[in-house]
Every structure is written in structure tokens, then in C-alpha cells.
Ligand binder design. Structure first.
Ligand SMILES: CC(=O)SCCNC(=O)CCNC(=O)[C@H](O)C(C)(C)COP(=O)(O)OP(=O)(O)OC[C@H]1O[C@@H](n2cnc3c(N)ncnc32)[C@H](O)[C@@H]1OP(=O)(O)O
Length: 409
């Protein structure tokens, strides 16, 4: 790096320049409506800037939120808005920004995790992030399949503008979050932000709508979606793009997808945030009409190894000594004894020999229960020192629901 580069924390006054810089880095223009919205979630004190002769050439933003993990909810530094000017790339600017963001989050002492969505998968492993969850994208030819079964008696659908049913879907979201890892909490301004629906977010689709499924016990699930009319030589060719589908009962999940795949004039339904354990292939009458593909979603960086391991729960009783390598945060490195089950977990420094050795990056991949220790060992990222410990840890670190992250932040 040259001497003209200065790393500093942002202030409120930097906002407009940050917004312009991030849009440039992501090959886009500033959209005024979106810029006003982004200001709502801007945390200047957690935003790191690199400047050159006073001009911003690099940004890294941290948003203060919590993340659901197996059996709990954990304060997590949500890292986003990483961008380095094309004129300043490959000179270590990102490394300096990331070190500053992670150090600030680590030194708070209240956030055992950091998490992000990567624009490119090759970037973040070097900073200790492990790929921890996957998302399944569907493109459903709705004319060629349908969701089997019928909606039970008492079950009904109600369609509305999202803003009119916000209180109902907020409560449902929180209940689903308590059951499934990988979801970010949406306290205060987050719901207002995510459902503001500025034109710039629609990408040629309609305003967002929400369909709710309810039974006599209340709202059990909802789907947020947009539509787009279309006509081909052979007739209607409309599209639905689903923003998110969350349901707390199988009936609600099936009824919502039955609705989404049977709207008149629609021929294609797209969704990009399904969990890998989504029952969809088993619900539809013709699974071949579901074109699905899986891609990595959330990357997790463990900032506090004992704090993070004690904050989640385990699918089976486990008593293991892990040797963790972390070249950035020395407090994480060393041997840790984890004793845990589905109700509690205790982590202490260990003198005994390690059963398993792994880098903090592999621990991040394991953490949400969506990647098995056996898989990571097969990739050479975990070393088994005590025979049998790998199988035990694979089972204990798994979870009965796959993690899913329904919102790109
Ligand atoms: C959480 C988020 O916000 S994800 C969004 C990330 N931002 C973008 O994709 C926007 C466009 N790209 C950029 O702004 C920049 O190219 C960045 C932020 C990806 C990288 O910034 P740079 O300042 O060039 O990175 P820096 O010079 O610090 O590189 C550090 C290391 O990462 C590597 N690296 C950087 N970018 C990439 C990449 N896209 N693919 C693979 N490796 C990369 C560098 O080669 C270097 O490797 P080394 O340590 O082995 O030498």
C-alpha cells in the first residue's frame, strides 16, 4: 500500500460518497430511493473506509444483527458493502478493511460470529470465513407440475400488500427463526427496510405482494412475491418471482406452494432461497418440472471460539477436545474441550490431547449444522487424531433442519 492511503472509521457525512462508491464497485448507478433506504441501516461507527488523498477508495460495512444457529440466536457482525475502487485493486485494501472490521467486532466482546454473502467464493476463506450454508434455486414450469394434496379444512389463503400484514408476518418470521439456523433477526428498522419495495429493487417485476396461510390457530406461513405478465405465441407466459416463503407447518408450506404454482397466466415460478432440505421435490406431482441448483450462501467467521461453541446446541451428546488454528485471533487458537447436548454446552481450555484438529475456517463451515465434519475431513480440512471422534462430531454438529439464509444482506 502507498503512504497516501488512510484507513479510518466513517462518519455520517461520508454517507453519499460511500453509496456512490459501493454502486460503482458493483457496476451500478446510485438510485435515489434505494440510497435513502440504505441510509436507514447505515452504521457509520462500524463502517471502515480506505481513502486516497481524501477520496474513498475502499469500503467495508458491518450491520449489527443476530443470527439463528442450532438451538439459539447469536449476535453476529453482518459484513457487507465491501468494495475497492478498480484503480486500487490488488494492493491489500480489502485485507486492511477486513482486518479492521473483524478486529472491531472481536474487540466488542459481544459478537462471537461474523457472517457475509460473498460476491465471489474465492475471496473470504483467507480471512477465516468458512462456507456454512447452501441455497437451492428453483425454476418451476408451473404448467407441467402441481403441488399434490389438498388444503385441510379450516385452512385458507389471504392475499395482501406486504405493508398491510407486516405485524402478522413479523411474528411468524420470529417463530420460524427459532426453529431454523441461518436466519438474521429483523429488529426495529429491518422490516421497514426490507419491505419498503422501491422501484429500483423490482427489476421489471410488479410491486411486492404477500399471501398468508392461516388456520383456526392463526397465521402459519406466508410467501412474499412479485409477478410479471408475459405472452408467447402459444399464449400466456407470466412469471412469479418469490422473495421468501416461510412456514411453520407442513400444511402451510404445501398450501403456499400450491398457490404459487397455480396462479392463472403464470408459466414460470422462480425462487432462489430454498433450504437443501426443502420438501418441494417430494410435494410436486412431477419433480422433473423443478429445475433446481444449489450454490453456497452464508460464510461464517468465528470470532470467539469458546463463546460460539457454547452458544449453540448439539444434535447428540458430545465430549470432545478440538485443536483450533487461528492465525489472526490468538485467543481462539489452542485446545478446547466441548461438552454439550441438545440443552446445554460448556467449553473450557483443555490440557488433554486433541481428538480433532481444524482451522477456524472449517469450524465456521461446521457451525450452522449444514456442513458435515466428515465432508470437511474428506476435503483435508479436519484431522482426526482419536479414531471414532470424527463420526461423533459429525453427528453432534449436525442439526435436524438445514440452515437457510433467505435474505442477501
Ligand atoms: C461481503 C461483500 O460485500 S462481498 C462483495 C465484494 N465486492 C465486490 O465483489 C466488488 C468488486 N470487487 C472489489 O471491490 C475488489 O476486487 C475486492 C473487494 C473483491 C478485492 O479487493 P482488493 O483490495 O483488490 O483485495 P486485496 O488486494 O486486499 O486482496 C487480498 C487477497 O485476496 C485476493 N483476491 C482479491 N479479490 C479476489 C477475487 N475477486 N477473487 C480471488 N481472489 C481475490 C487477492 O489476490 C489477495 O490474495 P493474496 O492475499 O493471496 O495476495
Amino acid at each position: 500500500m502507498t503512504n497516501d492511503l488512510v484507513l479510518r472509521t466513517a462518519t455520517d457525512d461520508d454517507y453519499a460518497e460511500i453509496e456512490a462508491h459501493i454502486n460503482r464497485a458493483f457496476l451500478d448507478d446510485v438510485d435515489e430511493d434505494t440510497a435513502d433506504l440504505n441510509r436507514m441501516i447505515f452504521e457509520p461507527g462500524r463502517t471502515q473506509l480506505m481513502t486516497d488523498a481524501g477520496q474513498i477508495v475502499g469500503t467495508g460495512l458491518v450491520l449489527t444483527r443476530d443470527l439463528s444457529v442450532p438451538g439459539g440466536v447469536v449476535p453476529t457482525a453482518h459484513v457487507t458493502g465491501v468494495g475497492v475502487a478498480s484503480t486500487h485493486r490488488r494492493r491489500g485494501v480489502l485485507t486492511a478493511l477486513m482486518n479492521a472490521m473483524l478486529t472491531e467486532a472481536h474487540d466488542r466482546g459481544t459478537e462471537p460470529l461474523a457472517a457475509l454473502w460473498a460476491s465471489e467464493g474465492a475471496i473470504y476463506g483467507r480471512y477465516g470465513y468458512g462456507l456454512a450454508s447452501w441455497r437451492v434455486s428453483y425454476e418451476i414450469a408451473s404448467g407441467e407440475t402441481s403441488v399434490g394434496g389438498t388444503t385441510p379444512e379450516g385452512g385458507r389463503l389471504r392475499q395482501s400488500a406486504t405493508s398491510d400484514v407486516l405485524d402478522e408476518i413479523k411474528a411468524l418470521y420470529d417463530r420460524v427463526l427459532a426453529q431454523r439456523p441461518g436466519l438474521s433477526t429483523r429488529q426495529g428498522k429491518w422490516w421497514e427496510y426490507l419491505t419498503a419495495d422501491p422501484k429500483g429493487w423490482r427489476r421489471g417485476m410488479s410491486a411486492e405482494r404477500t399471501v398468508l396461510y392461516e388456520d383456526d390457530g392463526g397465521v402459519r406461513g406466508y410467501a412474499r412475491f412479485r409477478t410479471k405478465p408475459g405472452w408467447s405465441k402459444s399464449g400466456p407466459d407470466g412469471e412469479i418471482r418469490v422473495t421468501e416463503v416461510l412456514a411453520e407447518t407442513p400444511d402451510a408450506h404445501a398450501a403456499l406452494w400450491r398457490f404459487l404454482t397455480s396462479v392463472d397466466l403464470v408459466r414460470t415460478v422462480k425462487y432462489t432461497h430454498g433450504p437443501v432440505d426443502d420438501p418441494m421435490p417430494h410435494l410436486v406431482t412431477n419433480p422433473d418440472a423443478l429445475v433446481g441448483s444449489a450454490a453456497g450462501s452464508l460464510w461464517v467467521r468465528i470470532l470467539d471460539v469458546p463463546g460460539a461453541l457454547a452458544a449453540r446446541r448439539y444434535a447428540a451428546p458430545v465430549d470432545v477436545v478440538l485443536e483450533v488454528i487461528d492465525s489472526t485471533f490468538s485467543g481462539n487458537a489452542g485446545r478446547w474441550r466441548l461438552v454439550g447436548d441438545d440443552a446445554k454446552a460448556d467449553v473450557t481450555p483443555a490440557d488433554a490431547d486433541a481428538d480433532l484438529a481444524l482451522d477456524v475456517r472449517a469450524l465456521g463451515s461446521l457451525y450452522l449444522g449444514g456442513v458435515s465434519a466428515g465432508t470437511l475431513a474428506a476435503a483435508g480440512l479436519i484431522t482426526e487424531r482419536t479414531p471414532g471422534s470424527l463420526a461423533r462430531v459429525s453427528t453432534a454438529f449436525g442439526w435436524h433442519r438445514a440452515p437457510v439464509t433467505v435474505e442477501i444482506f
